[in-house]
Design a protein around this ligand. Sequence first.
Ligand code: XMP
Length: 523
Amino acid sequence: MTDTIVVLDFGSQYSQLIARRVREAQVYSELFPWDAPAAQVLALKPKGYILSGGPASVYAPGAPQVPHYVLDSGLPMLGICYGMQALTHALGGRVAPAAEREFGPAEIETIQINPLIHPGRQPVWMSHGDRIEALPEGFISLARSPNSPLAAMGNLETRRFGLQFHPEVRHTPGGFEMIRRFVVDICQAVPDWTPESIIQQSIERIRAQVGKASVLSAVSGGVDSSVATALVHRAIGDQLVSVFVDTGLLRQDERLQVEKAFGAAMGMRLITVNAIEEMMDALENVTEPERKRRIIGETFIRTFEAQAAKVGSPHFLVQGTIYPDVVESRAPDRSKGDRIKTHHNVGGLPEDMIFELVEPLRYLFKDEVRAVGEALGLPAELVWRQPFPGPGLAVRCLGEITPERLATLRAADAIFTEELGRAGLLRMTRPATGKGEGDQGTAQAFAVLLPVRSVGVMGDLRTYQEVIALRAVTTEDFMTADWARLPYDLLGRVANRIINEVHGVNRVVYDITSKPPATIEWE
Ligand code: XMP
C-alpha cells in the first residue's frame, strides 16, 4: 500500500493545493472534509495529517474541530492557519481573536533549529484572523514575524507543528520545501508517487475491476478521456474497444491526430464512426444555442448507442473523471458542489444506458493526468491540449451551421492556434508574485465565426463578408477568466493571415471581455 498523507479540509480555498503539493513531493495524498467518517480516513492507513486553513474562528459555535481519532493517532500533524489554531485549541492552548486580520506578504525568522523550517529569514504568505495567546504544553515557537511572535510552532517530540502562514501557495517560495520535509522527513512517507507507479497501480486496479470482460470507451481527443483510455488499454489491451465519433464539429486535423495517437501508435482497437452527414442534417437551419446543444447531444448518443450494440454492448465504460471533480461533488458546502455545470454533460453519455464505470483518473489531479499521459507515450499535442467543449465548433459557429461556414471557422482557428503555438502562448505561465497579475499565455484560445457581414475592400474590389472574432483567456479554474493581453504584433499577424488565407472573411476582431460578465464561449 502506498504511504498516504491525509489532508483534512477545514474550508480553505487552498485545501486542494495542499494535497497537490504533497503529491509534488511524490507522496500520495487525499483530501477529506474535516468531519469525514473516521473509518473512511483510517482505511488509508495515513502516515500523517495536515489540517488545512479555514474561515472559522475556533470558539464560534459549531466551529470545526480536530477529530479525536486524529489526536489519538500519535502520528505527525501539521496545522496550517485555522488548522494551527484548531490544534492549539484541541491540545489545551489558548486562541484569542485578533483586532486585525493579518493577510498578505510577511517575513519570518526561524528562532529555533527544527526539522520543518530552515534557519534564517524568508518571505511567506500570511493569512489569519485569530492569534495564539498560549501554546499547548510541550510546544515552542519556531519562527516569528514582525507582527507575531508565533509564526510557527512545534512540539519536536510528538512531531506536531503549526504554521500561521500558507506554505502551499507560490507566494511562500520556501513552502514546498516545508511540506516536503513534513511528509518525507517527519512523517517518513516513502516518496514513490511517480507517473510510473501511478500507472502500475492503475493497471492492477483496472484488471481487478473488469476481469476478462470487455470495456467500451468514447474517445473525444480531450486530455482526460485520452489518458483514461490509454491507461485502460495498457491494462487490458484488446478487451478495450474505443469509439471515436466524428461529428463534423472537430477542429482541423483533430480526427487524424486521434487516429494516429491511438490507432497507429498504440495499436488500439479504435472505431471511428462518421456521423458528419447525420449531424449536418440534424443541425440544418438551427441557430438557437440551446437547441444546437441538445441536437448535438442526442445525435452523438444515438450514434454511440448504435456502435455499442454493434460491438456487443459491453458492461464497462471508461470515464475520465478526475480528482477535483470527485472532491468538488462531495463538498459539504452545497454551493461548491453546485459549481459543476450541467451543460458540460452535453455530448456526454446517455443516462439510460447502463454501464459500470471504469474511472482510472479518479484520484489524479490534472497535472498528474498529463504526466501519466506523457509516460504512456501519448503525443504532447494531445496531452497539453486546451479544453474543447463537447458540442465542438458548433458553439463557435454562431448562426447557421453549414459545412462551408465550419470550414471557414476551422481554417481561421488553425491559424490562430498555429501562431500562438509558435509564440509559446498555448499554455499558461505565471510569475511567482501577485495572484493572477502578469499571467502569460492562454488557458483557452480559439476563433469564433459571427453571422454578421461587413463591408471591406480587397484590391479594387468591394467585399461583403463575415467576421471572425478571436477569443483568448487566462484563467485557473474556468469559472472566472480574463482576456489575454496578447502582443499586438501577434494579433496583427493572425488577422492578416486570416484575411489572406481564409475564404469568406474580411474582418477580424479581438474579444476583450472578461468572465463575468461574458462567458468564455460565445454560445
Ligand atoms: P463558459 O463558456 O461557460 O465555458 O465560460 C467554461 C468552460 O467550459 C467549456 N464549455 C463546455 N464544455 N460542453 C462542454 O463540454 C459545453 O456545452 C460547454 N460550454 C462551455 C468552455 O470551453 C470553457 O472551457
